[in-house]
Design a protein around this ligand. Structure first.
Ligand SMILES: [Fe+2]
Ligand SMILES: [Fe+2]
Length: 380
């Protein structure tokens, strides 16, 4: 058995940690600032989503996303690259949306919203809230904008690095014609299903919005190592022989090697998000009873991001047609997943998270359906 340790500890500070440190420093001058939060914007989907926060008073809002075009006031700030001050939240904000209801409940009295713009691109917002009214005078606004620049730079750099990795991997995939056997829709479904499971896991897993974003971005890379598998095996319609299956299973180590060399080339080996990406690629075929491959890890040794992707990948394979099987209904697929939980193979919480979001799971299956079935052999 090959030995490879899951990366549990991070070598560089997460963005959440950086934001908390920044907030701590800010409190010395502005003790009334009780919350700092950043939301990021995904242009292709028009989605603005919670990302990192440092909250000293009130409950943090997490796992929240909204279409930017459905929030005209924020859309205006993004389009005009303007910041906004609300001096008296209770007088100026009226309930009615999840976000405004939440804001009113927290007891914040004034707020300052700053768009994150880099190279003329709108990347998201910084939200700064105070427990006092009229906290953000023009001179304080100027000071905060200046001081926020470093945290905005950190966000912009990390997002750019993550998207660079994904773009590089998808360039390699398309050069290798990987789409012939792995449809683009499978990759989209993997991102959406993994995000759905991650968001609905119990709080004790401690997944932040930042972690969930990385799981969303990197889950489609789980099988990147299949680029190195010969077509005769990868595209074989029938059952694989034992020796062919052994070769197929090397896609995990090939994927780890490939991603490590990309990380080294881009000098990103220490990047915080690299941990989630490597763990997904390295451990997405591990089973909790030790019967998976290639490392035979057991239970808690399998990182949560890998357990999520394993459940999403099996669910996706079950709910879709393959050359050797028909597609199963969402309900029957979940029954099969529950049986695999009983056998001790996959994570109960991940399957429960999926089962608790049946409508959303069904929506993903029907929205992102394949126009053609993939030709590949899954090698399970
Ligand atoms: Fe795989
Ligand atoms: Fe897959």
């Amino acid at each position: 058995m090959t030995s490879f340790q899951p990366l549990h500890s991070v070598t560089s500070q997460s963005l959440t940690g950086k934001l908390q440190g920044f907030h701590e420093a800010l409190l010395a001058d502005y003790p009334h600032i009780c919350r700092l939060a950043c939301a990021i914007y995904d242009k292709p989907t028009d989605v603005l989503k919670t990302f990192i926060n440092s909250t000293r008073q009130g409950h943090a809002i997490a796992g929240y996303e909204v279409k930017l075009h459905d929030t005209p006031s924020l859309l205006h700030l993004a389009n005009h690259q303007q910041s906004r001050v609300i001096d008296d939240i209770s007088a100026e904000i009226h309930g009615g949306s999840v976000h405004s209801d939440w804001l009113l409940e927290q007891g914040y009295m004034s707020s300052f919203t700053v768009p994150i713009i880099r190279q003329n691109q709108f990347l998201g917002f910084v939200f700064i809230d105070s427990v006092e009214k009229d906290s953000f005078t023009p001179s304080i606004q100027r000071d905060l904008i200046m001081r926020c620049a470093s945290i905005c730079d950190a966000i912009a750099n990390e997002l750019a690095a993550a998207h660079l990795l994904v773009a590089t991997a998808s360039a390699i995939r398309s050069i290798a014609n990987l789409r012939d056997f792995e449809t683009g829709m499978h990759l989209t479904r993997m991102a959406e299903l993994s995000k759905l499971i991650a968001r609905n896991l119990p709080a004790h897993f401690g997944l932040s919005d930042e972690d969930i974003e990385h799981i969303y971005l990197f889950s489609p890379l789980h099988d990147i190592g299949k680029i190195g598998i010969p077509d005769a095996i990868l595209l074989k319609a029938g059952r694989l022989t034992d020796s062919e299956r052994q070769i197929m299973q090397t896609h995990v180590q090939k994927g780890v090697d490939m991603i490590d060399s990309i990380l080294a080339d881009f000098n990103l080996i220490e990047a915080n998000d690299a941990r989630i990406m490597r763990n997904i690629i390295a451990f997405h075929h591990e089973y909790l009873d030790g019967s998976g491959y290639p490392f035979g890890l057991k239970g808690e040794q399998v990182p949560i991001e890998a357990r999520i992707v394993t459940v999403a990948d099996i669910f996706d394979a079950l709910t879709h047609k393959r050359p050797y099987k028909k597609s199963w209904s969402v309900e029957n697929s979940l029954t099969e997943l529950h049986q695999m939980v009983e056998q001790g193979k996959i994570d109960d919480d991940c399957v429960t998270a999926l089962a608790n979001s049946l409508n959303a799971a069904q929506h993903i299956v029907t929205t992102y359906c394949d126009s053609q079935e993939p030709a590949s052999n899954p090698g399970y």
